[in-house]
Design a binder for this molecule. Structure first.
Ligand code: FES
Length: 113
């Protein structure tokens, strides 16, 4: 079972978290939610909002490939990086992952600017 290390996020998991019983074949977003990391998922995981954006610091290549729709949506995400994924579209493979949940989502960004 792959292990997922979640780097600290001020609101969602201030001390970071380790999920050591993640299931291959499941989406990253679902897995985080099941482990009480309440990542935003405003479109209910239908690849239409980008609020579930995360950056994969380790293990990026073990995930499924992103499709065109995800890439298009990602372009709108706050804090986009080369290893960004929409966690609702990223399917866990066999390798351990280290992920970072960006500080803001487009929802926050809108509220604050
Ligand atoms: S939950 Fe909306 S794109 Fe992932």
């Amino acid at each position: 079972m792959p292990k997922i290390t979640v780097l600290p996020h001020a609101d969602l998991c201030p001390d970071g978290a380790v999920i050591d019983d993640a299931e291959s074949g499941k989406s990253l977003c679902e897995t985080l939610l099941e482990h009480d990391i309440e990542i935003e998922h405003a479109c209910e995981m239908s690849c239409a909002c980008t609020t579930c954006h995360c950056v994969v610091r380790q293990g990026f290549d073990s995930l499924n490939e992103s499709d065109e729709l995800e890439e298009d949506m990602l372009d709108k995400a706050w804090g986009l990086e080369p290893n960004s994924r929409l966690s609702c579209q990223a399917v866990i493979g066999d390798d351990d992952l280290v992920i970072e949940i960006p500080r803001y989502t487009i929802n926050h960004a809108r509220e604050q600017h």
